[in-house]
Design a binder for this molecule. Structure first.
Ligand SMILES: C[S@@+](CC[C@H](N)C(=O)[O-])C[C@H]1O[C@@H](n2cnc3c(N)ncnc32)[C@H](O)[C@@H]1O
Length: 390
């Protein structure tokens, strides 16, 4: 496909996403309906769609309209690419620019384009909560997220994993402070086809999640009893905990059993043992209960930019109420003398420290420590609190 034909495809997909369709589904449907497109074309179209969704507000301003065409024109303007050579109307290229589109191309736009890429209702809250970090976080959220790998230190050292990956043509960079983390700097899209991945030397996991697991396992070097991952989902945290605590018995639970179906194959690949528990049957008296709570995901919106534009204040309030309910249920499963760990990949204090303060005050728990990681080159946004009974 020509670059212009890829733009046309992205415009078509973006128009459907703007009308409410999920981007992933539209990308899959487009690929099914256009089987002539190769993997390079699909990757390029995908990048256009996600690059644009991350910067929906600023690109609409630059392109003059919140439409597929307007957004793609905004992307080109942001990149300093003249659209006339691509919007030619020839064969599969988008139609030439209208008078109004041409005028929009040279119209002045607000200097604070970074801010335009947060939905308006949440800007005051983020400004207040991020303070001096607001400009850097806003800028970071407009760019693609790096791909981070977690080295399974039971199978290989980080240097060995790096060597093995290099021999297969994948280049990586070691994280400056997280001992298990490697950034895939070349070949990231194909990492799951590597022998290192198949043999369980590495897993995909964001560096901030790894940092949180490191902080948790440092604070609790050897849990005396079972560890329950109460919201285990696909098992990312449970696997990291099992690798960090090879002697511990790790149990995985989730309200939705289907979400846990990848845990067994992932554990097998890594040479780990994780017991899954049926929904509503998490057992009790655990030395540690981990709540990796359902949340806005705002710390990871570089990866899921649609979610940023779909979140509403009402939905956020509902999530906060759900987190409080989950915390109460999970706390009841902690053995006397045991601990409760709460995590989110959210940037909002209402899901993080405020949630913990409220829970602690009403249920009699006290935070031993909490920590926030902000999104940037070294990982996504993340939050961890470790709590003991007051
Ligand atoms: C942030 S995700 C977990 C991600 C997972 N821990 C990982 O590292 O891959 C939150 C999970 O909470 C689960 N969940 C939602 N409501 C729940 C509830 N009431 N009880 C237990 N799990 C719940 C969801 O099904 C989802 O899998």
């Amino acid at each position: 496909m020509t670059p212009a034909a890829r733009l046309s495809a992205a415009i078509e997909i973006l128009d459907r996403v703007l009308a409410g369709a999920p981007a992933e589904r539209e990308l899959t449907n487009w690929a099914r309906a256009n089987r002539f497109a190769g993997s390079g074309d699909r990757a390029a179209i995908r990048d256009h769609v996600y690059d644009v969704l991350r910067c929906r507000g600023s690109f609409a301003a630059l392109g003059g309209a919140l439409t597929g065409r307007g957004l793609m024109l905004g992307l080109l303007r942001a990149q300093g690419v003249a659209p006339e050579g691509l919007f030619t109307g020839e064969r599969f290229a988008p139609a030439p620019l209208s008078e109004a589109e041409l005028a929009a191309q040279s119209a002045p736009v607000s200097a604070d384009l970074d801010s335009a890429d947060w939905p308006e209702w949440m800007r005051p809250c983020l400004l207040a909560e991020l303070g001096g970090d607001y400009p850097a976080v806003s800028a970071a959220m407009r760019a693609r997220a790096p791909v981070w790998l977690r080295v399974n230190t039971l199978r290989a050292t980080r240097a060995e994993a790096q060597q093995n990956l290099k021999a297969e043509g994948f280049t990586t960079r070691a994280h400056a402070t997280v001992a298990t983390a490697l950034e895939a700097t070349q070949g990231a899209r194909k990492i799951q086809s590597s022998a290192a991945y198949r043999d369980g030397l590495i897993e995909l996991q964001d560096a901030s999640s790894q940092a949180a697991i490191a902080a948790l396992t440092e604070a609790l070097p050897a849990p005396q009893g079972t560890v329950l991952d109460y919201c285990a989902g696909g098992g990312g945290k449970a696997l990291a905990l099992a690798a960090a605590w090879p002697q511990a018995r790790i149990l995985a639970h989730d309200v939705d059993a289907a979400r846990m179906r990848d845990i067994a194959p992932r554990a097998e690949r890594a040479g780990l043992r994780i017991e899954t528990r049926a929904p509503g049957r998490p057992g009790g008296d655990h030395a540690l209960v981990v709540v990796d709570a359902p949340c806005s995901g705002s710390g990871t919106w570089r990866r899921t930019p649609e979610a940023k534009w779909r979140l509403t204040q009402e939905r956020l309030d509902a999530l906060v109420a759900l987190q409080a309910e989950i915390l109460r249920k999970a706390a009841a499963l902690v053995a006397p003398g045991g601990a409760l760990a709460y995590m989110t990949c959210s940037l909002f204090e209402v899901e993080n420290r405020l949630q913990i303060n409220e829970f602690g005050a009403s249920e009699g728990w006290i935070a031993r420590f909490d920590q926030r990681w902000l999104p940037g080159p070294d990982g996504d946004g993340f939050y961890l609190a470790l709590l003991d009974r007051a």
